[in-house]
Ligand binder design. Structure first.
Ligand code: ASP
Length: 437
């Protein structure tokens, strides 16, 4: 029997999880049962992905750089990557701004709904504001300072310090390129071997993916509250999702235009990572799968994928920045806070920076939204109300924007790879043997 492609398996797991969650919400014992007996599988799966992330970044980045043979190629990849990342982020924010100004979802929120939303989510909103304040006390160059670790082991023991690990590994990889070939050879072959082993570990973890997303979505359904308030924010949510879909089209178009690969090829290759991003709301947790798909199924060579994907997971968040633009303007519309044209430009600038600064974990985009709102001068009391207002739908939107964040990283990997002749035919077609470009 022909094996069902992985993305279909994951999709079926997701649908079954939602249905199971809805069904079990009707029984008194249901939520408890799901929390105690189903959710742990999802939690273990996310832990496994996080567990493999740092080893994967280290071995594949060292292998990637040492395969390059010379440093000028590396700086070429680095320069292009950062440039294209910034460009895609600005495009995403502009799409968000355009849509939210045309649709004006904020004008449909009545005073009563506003009151209700504020009361329900006021406390949660305050937590986000105080997390954002911690971020803000830092100076403008703190981001660069933070990239250089004082102790490698400390950096490697915290998944939130991915950029520090990347910094050390690039430093190590470049030094490996600079030593005499015969001196570096044993290290190189050690990393080549380690790389195979770590990739196999990713494969093995992915075997439970369909069951894990079942568990994740079933528990999400029973934990979600207040469907009424959900409806009040429908237009806003639709604006964000519409913008994200347009962004996906932009990626498909860019992939076709710059690499010649068809949308079907791209989606077949990357969809398991997109679905996983959707289920986990974390581009960091999805990273091992993104890297594997980009390399083995989209044909991006290791030296590009091993750099572009981890850097993208931490700094390139097109979905998040688009969401921040829509949310910021939506809040201002609903609270009757006039925005000038220069305020909208401020949104483009701060949302670009905020998405670079957002951690690749669930809910991070909302914390950084505070910074965007403060930059346009929204008073503190309105800010808290504004955040409380959008809380009810934040999780589903987080799922969607994370899927777009991951798609953006894959797109840029392909474009950078093509531009330096490192985009080949995918090595693996085991799950999806029916795609052609
Ligand atoms: N959850 C998103 C990510 O990991 C970040 C965010 O928008 O909250 O990519």
């Amino acid at each position: 029997m022909k094996k069902l492609a992985l993305h279909w398996q994951i999709l079926l797991g997701m649908i079954a999880g939602v249905l199971f969650g809805i069904l079990f919400s009707n029984f008194e014992f249901g939520p408890g049962f799901i929390r105690d007996w189903i959710k742990p599988l999802g939690t273990i799966f996310i832990s496994l992905l996080k567990l493999i992330a740092i080893p994967l970044i280290i071995v594949s980045l060292v292998k990637g750089i040492s395969d390059l043979q010379d440093i000028s190629k590396f700086s070429k990849i680095g320069g292009r990557t950062v440039l294209i990342y910034i460009l895609t982020t600005v495009i995403a924010i502009s799409i968000g701004l355009l849509l939210v100004n045309i649709i004006q979802p904020g004008n449909s929120i009545g005073a009563e709904t506003l009151e209700e939303l504020t009361q329900t989510y006021g406390g949660d909103a305050e937590k986000k504001v105080s997390s954002a304040q911690n971020q803000q006390t830092k100076g403008p160059l703190q981001f660069v300072v933070d990239m250089v670790p004082q102790n490698f082991f400390q950096a490697a023991s915290d998944n939130g310090k991915m950029l520090q690990v990347i910094f050390f590994t690039i430093f190590f990889g470049i030094s490996l390129l600079l030593v005499r070939k015969e001196d570096g050879a044993p290290i190189k072959s050690l990393f080549d071997g380690l790389n195979e082993v770590v990739l196999k570990m990713v494969d093995l973890i992915m075997l439970i993916a369909p069951f894990a997303v079942f568990a994740l979505l079933a528990s999400l359904v029973v934990e979600t509250s207040n469907p009424e308030l959900f409806k009040a924010l429908f237009q806003y949510a639709l604006t964000v999702v519409g913008g994200l879909l347009i962004m996906l089209l932009v990626y498909l178009f860019a992939v076709k235009m710059f690499t010649g690969k068809s949308p079907r090829f791209f989606l077949n290759g990357i969809s398991p990572a997109q679905l996983l991003a959707f289920s986990t709301s974390s581009s960091a947790a999805t990273l091992p799968v993104t890297m594997e798909r980009v390399e083995e199924h989209l044909g991006v060579e290791k030296e590009v994928a091993s750099f572009v994907c981890p850097v993208g997971a931490t700094i390139n968040m097109d979905g998040t920045s688009l969401y921040q633009a829509v949310a910021a303007v939506f809040i201002c519309q609903a609270l009757s806070f006039e925005l000038t044209f220069s305020d909208q430009l401020t949104i483009i600038l701060t949302a670009t920076l905020a998405s670079i600064g957002s951690a690749a974990v669930p809910g991070a985009g909302m914390v950084m939204l505070v910074i965007v709102l403060e930059a346009i001068g929204l008073p503190a009391e309105k800010l808290a109300v504004g955040l409380a207002m959008i809380f009810a739908v934040d999780r589903p939107l987080d799922m969607c924007r994370t899927a777009i964040n991951v798609s953006g990283d894959a797109t840029v990997s392909m474009i950078v790879a093509k531009s330096i002749g490192k985009l080949g035919e995918p090595a693996r077609k085991d799950w999806d043997d029916n795609y052609n470009s």
